[in-house]
Design a protein. Structure first.
Length: 389
């Protein structure tokens, strides 16, 4: 069952665990704690290698300036999603977008954006070569046309028009990042990930077994099973905070909850449990990708609200909570900081961050002259707090 403390009831605070549950966590962690976990009865701290975010939407313009520090503060690097308006479809556009991200960063930040290209039916194999040569593009993103926010320019003909590009990606060792949902209106929205696995991903991997694929923001037991059935170095998955702690009840708890709406949509509890088991098992195939996707409040709380949850400010707190509740805090660091760079063939970060058990209240919203953004778990209290070393 989903813990009551994670149900985002409107207006009710996320419950801080009682002294008793702190104590029992203390005992559980202490019984098998690795050296980087320090515990005392008053304060528990984890020192972990600085995490990276392998799936992040930073947007551009005012929104970029508003959100970038919530990621750059704690994460070393992030895979930056290319679904801007217009999308980042060329290496040159990725280079320019990277410059605007670097410009928006707080002074002295050493956060590194890892850029991606937005795959279209018209992407040329040469663009993949240019992307590789740029030295700043690390992956190509597949949005099936119409699947999610700003995906209207996405792919309609993966096995036809895109095949030469995919073959070039194999040659360039460039991973394909996948929004894994079919878009046919005939397919129930809750089945779209499973049908995508059966009809697109599985055949794709059979056709191009050397292509590196990341199934982004997985939401189902089917995706867990699929990723686990593939070759470890070739297929992996990112997992968001929301798909670890919320199920589809959270969309309707006490009324319609637009701030819990993202794509792929939250699934039933059995799927959430399968994802928690997979990530807390210590498997190298799963790594941190927040899918933090800020939208202005007015575009979420309206008759046709956008999909996307803004979770950068709370992501590390939520991941820590999930691993703690599974009795797997010793496996947290691999998920947040090792499995991602290992899969991408990049070095692990060398600096550290500290996660301490000191409850903090998530702001009700972040306000700017042009509007505001409501974060995940707005107004609620979380137990784990990250601070840079
Ligand atoms: N996850 C979402 O619900 N939304 C993302 C797009 C995406 O990652 O699919 C966004 O850009 O808003
Ligand atoms: Zn997506
Ligand atoms: Zn996303």
């Amino acid at each position: 069952m989903l813990k009551a403390s994670f149900l985002p009831c409107k207006g009710s605070a996320l419950r801080v665990p009682s002294a008793l549950s702190v104590k029992s966590s203390y005992l559980r962690v202490n019984a098998r704690r690795p050296t980087h976990i320090k515990a005392s009865r008053t304060k528990m701290e984890l020192s972990i290698t600085r995490p990276d975010d392998w799936h992040l939407h930073l947007r551009d313009g005012e929104l970029l300036e508003a959100v970038v520090s919530h990621s750059s503060h704690h994460f070393g690097r992030a895979i930056i999603m290319p679904n801007l308006k217009p999308p980042i479809t060329t290496a040159a556009a990725a280079v320019a977008y990277r410059q605007s991200i670097l410009k928006a960063l707080p002074e002295n930040s050493d956060f590194t954006p890892l850029m991606t290209l937005y795959l279209t039916d018209n992407t040329s194999p040469n663009e993949i070569k240019l992307a590789r040569e740029s030295g700043v593009v690390f992956a190509v993103k597949l949005y099936p046309a119409g699947a999610t926010t700003n995906s209207q320019d996405g792919v309609t003909d993966l096995f036809g028009k895109c095949l030469p590009v995919l073959e070039e990606m194999v040659r360039q060792d460039m991973p394909l990042l996948v929004h894994g949902e079919v878009t046919s209106p005939d397919v129930d929205v809750f089945d779209r990930e499973k049908v995508f696995i059966d009809t697109v991903l599985s055949p794709l991997i059979q056709k191009l077994p050397q292509l590196k694929v990341v199934m982004e923001h997985i939401t189902t037991k089917d995706a867990v099973n699929f990723v686990e059935s593939c070759d470890e170095g070739f297929v992996a998955a990112t997992v968001t905070p929301q798909h670890l702690v919320l199920n589809r009840n959270s969309l309707f708890q006490g009324g319609l909850q637009p701030h819990n709406y993202c794509l792929p949509v939250l699934k039933r509890e059995t799927h959430r449990q399968a994802i928690v088991s997979a990530v807390t098992s210590g498997s190298k195939r799963f790594f941190l990708g927040t899918d933090s996707a800020p939208h202005e409040r007015r575009n979420k709380e309206c008759p046709c609200g956008c999909a996307g949850i803004y979770n950068s400010p709370v992501a590390l707190s939520v991941y820590a909570k999930v691993f703690e509740e599974a009795g797997a805090l010793d496996k947290l660091e691999a998920f947040t900081s090792f499995n991602g760079p290992d899969f991408y063939g990049l070095p692990r970060n060398t600096s550290k961050i500290i996660l301490s058990r000191s409850p903090w209240k998530v702001p009700a919203s972040y306000s700017f002259t042009w509007g505001d953004i409501v974060p995940m778990f707005a107004g609620q209290t979380l137990e784990w707090q990250p601070s840079p070393v």
